[in-house]
Design a protein around this ligand. Structure first.
Ligand code: NDP
Ligand code: X2W
Length: 340
């Protein structure tokens, strides 16, 4: 089977990573490539790493240009996916890399994003309990935010096993590509290089409700989360440290994590004593995890590394497409990174 696939937002960071992965996917033929201000430009001048697509000219994003495809990926700024998706037929698989369909609570959407609520879709984090069942056969997927990908997988096994019940803190160090390509003063090279800065602190980051939604669903009760992102001078990668009071026996922790992820193709619980690094995940669809107990503080501590553009966005989107369409879940997805 060959699927005809369109990418809206093809000139952005997420769209570019998606196309890199789709070029290596055995079941995909790349169709329309669309954007906004870049329409009419050859893709090669904007995404020079995508050599096989260099001569393809970027089109306007509309229901017309995106029509006639089996799969449409929407890698657009928040708030733009709902209206486009409504115009695509129910048989088309629409995979939204933006936030528009992630939150299940309309009031949460209003509070954190504002504007019209576009409704919720099956959530594209297959490793969460029950997620694969909801993704199989669906024609609509909401890809998680990059921070909730690593952070939720860092804690889900402990929450599911009752080892964590409350008071979660998550600190994530992120590369600058998480903010996208558009010009923002705090992302100028002179501001990012040689600097580390926290932002969205004390419950102000819009991924907080997504963490709460994911972990509360796993727990079956409300879990509170205090989340702090930290911008660091690197292009890609997120290193998350998550911790919470340990509610069970320290000796159980490692067994719970190893059992939870034993059959996951993209999640690795590292050998004891080895700590995750973002460098080891660059370009791969993997999550590398280490779990430990701080016995003096009585807290579980988990460190997780991902590439924000691969597992944190485009890789998660392709993995979800594979599941939705009944393809090999790992098709087109690298499980190895690049080094150094
Ligand atoms: N970067 C990351 O790590 C992650 C990104 N995401 C999500 O993916 C989406 C894209 O992010 P990212 O690639 O980083 O952003 P970029 O700013 O790098 O790219 C945005 C893309 O959207 C296009 N675009 C902008 N406005 C419109 C519009 N009104 N109509 C159609 N196309 C438009 C741009 O085209 P043009 O070139 O013409 O301006 C560009 O192709 C966002 O929703 C983001 O939240 C999710 C997780 C992680
Ligand atoms: C460095 C940086 O700015 N990162 C972004 C991450 C956004 C992201 O990747 O997720 P969304 O799809 O929800 O936008 C941020 O903190 O907003």
């Amino acid at each position: 089977m060959t699927l005809k696939v369109a990418v809206a937002g093809a000139t952005g960071y997420a769209g570019g990573e998606l196309l890199r992965l789709l070029l290596a996917h055995p079941d995909v033929k790349i169709g329309a490539l669309t954007a906004a201000s870049s329409a009419g430009t050859p893709l090669g001048s904007l995404q020079p790493h995508l050599a096989p697509l260099a001569d393809r000219v970027v089109a306007e994003t509309s229901a017309d240009t995106l029509g006639g495809h089996d799969v449409v990926f929407l890698a657009l700024p928040h708030g733009h996916s709902g209206a486009i998706a409504e115009q695509l037929g129910p048989d088309v698989l629409v995979v939204d890399l933006g936030a528009d369909h992630r939150l299940r609570d309309a009031a949460d959407w209003q509070h954190w994003y504002g504007g019209d609520y576009a409704g919720t879709w099956p959530y594209g984090l297959p490793e969460l309990p029950g997620a694969r069942e909801r993704l199989r056969g669906t024609r609509r997927v909401a890809v998680p935010g990059c921070f909730p990908t690593g952070g939720s997988l860092a804690l889900a096994p402990a929450v599911a096993a009752g080892l964590v019940t409350t008071d979660v803190t998550i600190v994530s160090v992120t590369g600058a590509s998480g903010a996208g390509k558009s010009l923002k003063p705090h992302l100028l090279g002179s501001e990012v290089m040689g600097n580390a800065s926290a932002y969205g602190v004390a419950g102000a980051h819009r991924h907080t409700p997504e963490f709460v939604q994911n972990l509360s669903a796993v727990a079956g009760r409300k879990i509170t989360v205090s989340f702090t992102p930290v911008l660091a001078p690197m292009p890609r990668g997120i290193l998350t440290t998550a911790s919470a009071p340990l509610a069970g026996a320290p000796g159980e922790v490692r067994k719970v994590y190893e059992a939870a992820y034993a059959d996951e193709p993209f999640v690795t619980v590292l050998p004891e004593g080895q700590w995750p690094t973002t460098a080891a995940t660059v370009g791969s669809n993997t999550v590398q995890l280490q779990v430990s107990v701080d016995e003096q503080a009585g807290r579980l501590v988990v460190v997780a590394a991902i590439d924000n553009l691969t597992k944190g966005t485009a890789g998660g989107a392709v993995q979800s497409m594979n599941i939705a369409l009944g393809l090999d879940e790992t098709a087109g997805l690298p499980a190895t990174g690049v080094a150094p």
